[in-house]
Design a protein around this ligand. Sequence first.
Ligand code: ADP
Length: 317
Amino acid sequence: MSSVPDNAPQHCPGTQSEEAGKASACAGCPNQNICASGDASLPDPAIPLIQHRLANVKHKILILSGKGGVGKSTVTSLVGHALASKYPDANVGILDTDICGPSQPRVMGVRGEMVHNSGSGWSPVYVTDNLSLMSIGFLLGRPDDAVIWRGPKKNGMIKQFLTEVDWGELDYLLIDTPPGTSDEHISAVQYLRATGLTGALVVTTPQEVSLLDVRKELQFCEKLNVPVIGVIENMSLFVCPNCKTRSEIFPATTGGAAQMCIDLSVPMLGSLPLDPILARCCDDGRDFLAELPASPAVTALKDIVDKVVATVEKTTS
Ligand code: ADP
C-alpha cells in the first residue's frame, strides 16, 4: 500500500519516510503534524476546530466541478441569491475556497471590501441582509498572490481559512471549491467532509471534455462518501435574443449531463442556458435574479433550487 496520503503535497516523502512531516514539501500540508508525530492514525488537530466553526451551520453544500471555467462560481452565486431571496428568514453564506481564482467578491459585487478580524475570528462580508460571503480573495494581498504558491502553502491557507471564519448561525453554507483536479481541492473536501457535509452540487457543461472530468469528480465523491445532491448542466443552450434561434454552443455529443446522470445513477437537477446578460451581471457584480427575473435562466435556476431544497430537507428530516 502506498504511504502517500490522498491529499499529499506534490513532493510528499510518504508517511513511512524519516522525512515525514519534516521535509520542506511538508510545510503547510494538512497532515504535517500527524506525520511529524510518527503516528499516522492521529486525527488532524484542525478537524475539531473546523467542526466547531461550522457547528451552527444547518446545511453545508459543496459546489464542485471537474475543471475550471464551466460556471461553478457563477452557479454558486446564483444559488446563493436564489436561496436568500426565496427564504428571507434563512441565513445563507457563501464560502469561496477557490484559492487560485477566488471570483466571488467580484461576482457578488463586494470586491475591495475588508474582512474584520475580531476575537471570535474573521467576519464574513454581507452582500444582502441574509446573504454573506467569505472569500479567500479578501485575504490575499494581491489578487494574483496564490497563483504562484506551491501546494503546501495553498493547503495551509485553506486550513487556516476554514478554521478561522466566524459564520454564526446559518441555514445554508455553499462552498465554492477549487476545481476538481488540484491538490487543494482534495484537502478542502477532506476537511469539510469531517464536518458532516449535506452533499454536493456538481456543475458541468454539456461537452464531453467537461463530462470526462465530472465523472472522475463523481467517483471522488463516492470514494469519500460525499452524497451527490445532483448535477447542474450549465451553458446548455443559447437562445439568440434577436432571432430566437436556439444553438448548442457546447454540443452534447455524448448525450450531455442528462445521459451521464442516467449512466451513473445520480440526480440531474436541470440545465441553465448560456445568457450574455448573466455573464455581464457577474462581471459587474450585479444580481442577475433581480435584474432579469423573467428570463429563462432565472426560471431554470428557481426550479433547480427548489429541487436542492427538497433534497436537503429530506436528508436532514
Ligand atoms: P468556474 O468557477 O467553473 O471557473 P465561472 O463561474 O468563473 O467558472 O464562469 C466562467 C465564465 O463563464 C465567467 O465569465 C462567467 O460569467 C461565464 N458564465 C458562466 N455561466 C454562464 C451562463 N450560464 N451564461 C453566460 N455566461 C456564463
